[in-house]
Every structure is written in structure tokens, then in C-alpha cells.
Design a protein around this ligand. Structure first.
Ligand code: FAD
Ligand code: DHB
Length: 394
């Protein structure tokens, strides 16, 4: 088999890249090691930056999003049992916070690729990369996990295989620098059947730990609480989760949390991670394969989409003019914006979480920071412009 761009991974990065390449007349094949049902059913992120929404709409995959997503004008920061609204729409000249689940983005992109005759190979096994420093890099894999070994000869390979995939490790250790921070923090996330308790997202700082109220639909809500990342979900009965949510979210202003049956729960650990460079020979990494942010700034999915916009432009220039300048600058172009998202995600994480090692002085500083952000227009504008998404830097 032969293709122009071989893409490993059908997450937001791989699917959006394949979609953008198709619109530019460039052929691609996606190799994914999970089934279509699995990728369309995995519960992950929920908040889309304005740039991600604009791109989906401009490229013909925003129709369901326009109908079903929740477009919020702001978020609430809650601390000392009081809510403080940040009006993102006003502070950023009309940008919104869009809540639309990652697996809905995945469903829309898979449907668009299949409808356009795109080649997606699900449930592949033993995926490996070869000859990256030649003009004909190759991907080998087994169909349906155990079939015969097959090979795709490519012009380029896009490593969109998430944090645990094989692509990053294919860049020799002598070339690759990594930057990492692990946090003693985790999020326990739940989905519940209930109407929304608030009109917009609520990020709550509380002495018992952070809590976040988000939404999915008029009937399904998404909530998170800060927990120990090594904790076992079996230690968290529904009653214990509700007790924490009430304690951390309730206010002195009469606001009440609406309960409902918990239909899904799980714990994720947090880390910040950057790989530099994001390219080697004819391999280009995009999304979580190259970088991870803690989820507090809602940046992970959006960064993945931003990377592949830069990459698609580079491939477009290559196939139209044979010029490689944009591709050579791919890493540097992406990393400038990625580091800013790393900064923001790490800032939001330390602003809102309770670290048991914090001294009373450090907690005083944290509350002063929240007070400052919610009372200074300059500080809330800075938070707002980062949250809705910084402009692309080409
Ligand atoms: P992924 O979505 O990870 O996609 C990579 C794809 O590659 C997967 O489909 C995987 O199956 C496939 N793959 C892996 N190995 C191979 C292989 N060997 N061969 C072929 N295919 C392979 N971000 C937020 O902003 N907010 C959140 O609340 C949030 N929650 C998260 C919860 C979890 C459990 C995780 C893991 C991440 C969460 N994130 C969140 C981050 C966000 O979901 C990611 O940043 C986003 O999915 C990145 O997209 P991606 O396409 O780069 O990678
Ligand atoms: C959601 C996830 C986030 O990481 C965040 O900051 C806000 C909302 C969500 O899953 O809805």
C-alpha cells in the first residue's frame, strides 16, 4: 500500500489532520489500534476554544456542533463560598466558551472522513515505524490485531498516537529533549443524569480541594473533584462523591447542586510534558504524542487541533511547491504556542487546587490571586484571552 501521509492514531489530531489534508487534495491513511466503537465512546475533554469551533465550521464538520453544543459567554470562579463571573465574551471581543464533548468531535470527523471515501484502519495491531530518515518512511501493522503484517509506504508519517503511542519513542533519545512535571493531583470525573445546576462552567477552589461543574447536554452533566492521583475509584462510593461535591461547590448565596444517578466514573492523573523537537526526518508528532497539559485549562484537545493546522499548511506548501521551509519550522511554530498553553494550564492548576504541602502563607497568596483575578479587569482579561484560546502563530 502507498499513501502521501500515513497517520498513526484516530484521536482529534489524526482525524482532523486527515480531514484538512483531504480538503487540500492530499491523500492519507489513518491507522488506529482501537475499534471505532471504542474511540467514539471514550469520555474525555469537553471545552472547545473559539479557534477549534471556527475551524470545524469552516471545514464542513461543524453542523451538529452548531445545533447541539453549549455556547457560554463566561465561566464562574468560586471561592470562599461565593461565585465570581468572568465574562469571556465581553473581555475578548466576542469569543465564546463552547462545551461539546470530545467523542462528539470524533464522531463528526469519522463520519466526514468515511463519507469522503477516506481510509481508516481500526483495530490495527503491532503498529511500528520504519525508515524515518529516508524519503519513503513506512508504517507496518496487522489488520484486526492478528492478521498478516502489512506495510504502508508514505511520503511522511504523522504521529498522532497520544501520550502512550510508539511515535515519540521513534525519535532517537539523542535528538529528543523532554520537559516534564508530575503533580500530586488527580481528577475524579463523573457523568450524571440530571439537568444543569448552573448556566455556565464553575471552577471551585475549596479547602477540601478543587471541584468543577461542567455539562454535556440538558440531561447529562460532567463534574470533577480533585483527588489523590494514586487513589482507587473503588474507594469512592456515590455517597462519598456527592458529599465532597456539596461541600466544595455550595455557596452562601442559595445555590444548590442538583443530584442524579452517576452513570460513569474514573480517575485521571495530571502531568505537564513537552517533547522538543516534535519532528525527526519524515516523522511529525502532533497532539498528546508531543505534549500533555493538566486538564484545568481545558487545552489538550485544542492544542492537538492547533498542531495539525500548522502541519496541514506545511504539507500543502510541500505538495504545491516542493518547498520544505514550513515543515522545517513546524516544531518551532507549534512549540511557541504550546509553551504558552503549558504556562496557562500549570497556572490554572496551581491557582485552583489545594496542595496539602502548602503553608498557610501559600494558601493566603492563592486566595489573593483569585481575588485579584476576579476584581481586576486587566487580570481577568488575561485569564479570558488564554481560556478562549490565544491566536495561532504561523
Ligand atoms: P488521543 O486523543 O490520545 O488520540 C490518540 C489515538 O492514537 C487514540 O485513539 C489511540 O487509541 C491511538 N493509538 C495509541 N497507540 C496507538 C498505536 N500503537 N497504534 C495506532 N494507534 C494508536 N483534555 C481536556 O482539555 N479536558 C479534559 O477533561 C480531558 N480529559 C482527559 C481524560 C483522559 C482519560 C485523557 C487520557 C485525556 C484527557 N484530556 C482532557 C486530554 C485530551 O483528551 C487530549 O489532549 C486529546 O485527546 C489529544 O488528542 P490526540 O489526538 O493528540 O490524542
Ligand atoms: C471539562 C474539562 C476540562 O478540562 C475543563 O477545564 C472544563 C470542562 C469537561 O470535560 O467538560
Amino acid at each position: 500500500m502507498r499513501t502521501q501521509v500515513g497517520i498513526i492514531g484516530a484521536g482529534p489530531a489524526g482525524l482532523m489532520l486527515s480531514h484538512l489534508l483531504h480538503l487540500q487534495g492530499i491523500e492519507s491513511v489513518i491507522i488506529e489500534n482501537r475499534t471505532r466503537e471504542e474511540i467514539e465512546g471514550t469520555i474525555r475533554a469537553g471545552v472547545l476554544e473559539q479557534g477549534t469551533v471556527d475551524l470545524m465550521k469552516a471545514t464542513g464538520v461543524g453542523e451538529r456542533l452548531s445545533r447541539e453544543a453549549h455556547f457560554h459567554h463566561g465561566i464562574e470562579l468560586r471561592f470562599n463560598r461565593k461565585g465570581h463571573r468572568i465574562n469571556m465574551h465581553e473581555l475578548t471581543g466576542g469569543k465564546n466558551v463552547t462545551v461539546y464533548a470530545q467523542h462528539e468531535v470524533i464522531k463528526d470527523l469519522v463520519a466526514a472522513r468515511l463519507q469522503a471515501g477516506g481510509e481508516l484502519i481500526f483495530n490495527a495491531g503491532d503498529v511500528s515505524l520504519h525508515d524515518l530518515d529516508t524519503a519513503t518512511p513506512k508504517i507496518r501493522f496487522r489488520k484486526d490485531k492478528a492478521g498478516e503484517l502489512q506495510e504502508i509506504v508514505c511520503d511522511f508519517i504523522a504521529g498522532c498516537d497520544g501520550f502512550h503511542g510508539p511515535c515519540r519513542a521513534a525519535i532517537p533519545g539523542t535528538v529528543r529533549k523532554t520537559y516534564e512535571k508530575k503533580y500530586p493531583l488527580g481528577w475524579l470525573g463523573i457523568l450524571i443524569e440530571a439537568p444543569p445546576s448552573a448556566p455556565e462552567l464553575v471552577y471551585a477552589h475549596h479547602e477540601r480541594g478543587f471541584a468543577l461543574l461542567s455539562t454535556r447536554s440538558p440531561e447529562i452533566q460532567r463534574l470533577y473533584i480533585q483527588v489523590d492521583p494514586t487513589d482507587d475509584i473503588a474507594n469512592w462510593s456515590d455517597d462519598r462523591i456527592w458529599t465532597e461535591l456539596h461541600a466544595r461547590l455550595e455557596t452562601d448565596e442559595g445555590w444548590k447542586l442538583i443530584e442524579g444517578p452517576i452513570i460513569q466514573k474514573g480517575i485521571i492523573a495530571m502531568r505537564s510534558f513537552v517533547c522538543d523537537p516534535m519532528q525527526y526526518g519524515r516523522l511529525f508528532l502532533a497532539g498528546d504524542a508531543a505534549h500533555i497539559v493538566p486538564p484545568t485549562g481545558a487545552k489538550g484537545l485544542n492544542l492537538a487541533v492547533a498542531d495539525v493546522q500548522v502541519l496541514a499548511r506545511g504539507f500543502d506548501a510541500f505538495y504545491k511547491t516542493r518547498k520544505t521551509e514550513l515543515l522545517e519550522r513546524y516544531s518551532a511554530t507549534c512549540l511557541r504556542r504550546i509553551w504558552k498553553a503549558e504556562r496557562f494550564s500549570s497556572f490554572m492548576t496551581s491557582l485552583l487546587h489545594v496542595n496539602m504541602d502548602h503553608s498557610p502563607f501559600e494558601r493566603g497568596i492563592q486566595l489573593a490571586e483569585l481575588d485579584y483575578i476576579t476584581s481586576s479587569r486587566a487580570a481577568s482579561t488575561s485569564l479570558a484571552e488564554n481560556y478562549v484560546g490565544l491566536p495561532m502563530e504561523w
